[in-house]
Design a protein around this ligand. Structure first.
Ligand code: ZN
Length: 258
């Protein structure tokens, strides 16, 4: 497992790093290779953490490579990797709407499992806002064209974490509401009402919550792709669909300024 400690002059940070496409190294705070496997735990500067299986193309980030002071143009997927964080636009919009309804919540409060975006501790209700691209929204997930294996691993990691956290919280008596990013923009009222009903004691209505967990090409030359979609909670409820490949990403609408 190649690893090196060095200063990246492009971003002026020192880290133990592995050069993993497509993340620029300023996002990689440290990399802990596991000598027994081909995996490494990557800590990210934005608080994200990933355990990755390193592909053959992963090479040590050497000062020689990164000392060229060359501005790094970010690909779309790199830009996306940077936008994940607290206080995202959909989070703020949903919180504002809940507050206006008189619903008092706690932000990123401790839940027994995971770090929900909005928590109602006394009702034991946890709300997660899932980004369409990061968490496999069936309507909007677009399989990236570059670093295919890397992004496939990321999707699989995210969706399995979503499932595990949801099931573990529910086993502890919590109610878990997972809201798609696009729902906050497209039907905020309905999202607020859904949360309010649960806070008022109603059982959550969603029973089937599909997520894209895998996208594969059908044949090398084909323009079709095969998508495996599974229920958030129950992987036996799944479907495989073949459809023409798209590269058109969903654009989040511009937020209105009140
Ligand atoms: Zn979506």
């Amino acid at each position: 497992m190649p690893t090196s400690r060095g200063r990246c002059h492009t971003y002026n940070v020192t880290h133990n790093t592995l050069d993993i496409p497509p993340w620029p190294c300023d996002l990689v705070a440290s990399a802990q290779p596991d000598p027994r496997t081909t995996r490494a735990k990557i800590a990210m500067t934005r608080g994200m953490c990933a355990v990755l299986t390193l592909a053959a193309e992963a090479t040590a980030c050497s000062p020689a490579r990164h000392g060229r002071r060359r501005p790094v143009a970010l690909s779309r997927s790199e830009q996306m990797a940077r936008i994940r964080g607290r206080d995202t636009q959909p989070e703020v919009a949903l919180r504002r709407a809940l507050w206006a309804e008189g619903r008092r919540y706690r932000l990123h409060a401790a839940a027994p499992v995971g770090r929900p975006d909005i928590v109602f501790p006394s009702r034991r209700v946890a709300v997660f806002i899932d980004g369409c691209q990061w968490h496999g929204c069936p309507s909007h997930y677009v399989a990236p064209r570059s670093s295919v294996e890397f992004w496939a691993a990321k999707l699989s990691e995210n969706t399995s974490r979503d499932r595990r956290q949801t099931l573990e919280l529910e086993a502890l008596g919590w109610t878990v509401l997972r809201v798609w990013e696009h729902e906050v923009f497209e039907k905020l009222r309905a999202v607020v009402e859904r949360i309010a009903r649960v806070l008022d004691g109603e059982a959550p209505s969603a029973s089937y919550e599909p997520r894209v967990i895998r996208v594969e090409p059908t044949e090398p030359a084909s323009r079709d792709e095969r998508r495996t979609i599974e229920d958030l909670r129950d992987p036996t409820r799944h479907l495989i669909e073949t459809r023409p490949r798209t590269t058109t990403k969903w654009k989040r609408p511009v937020a209105r300024k009140d």
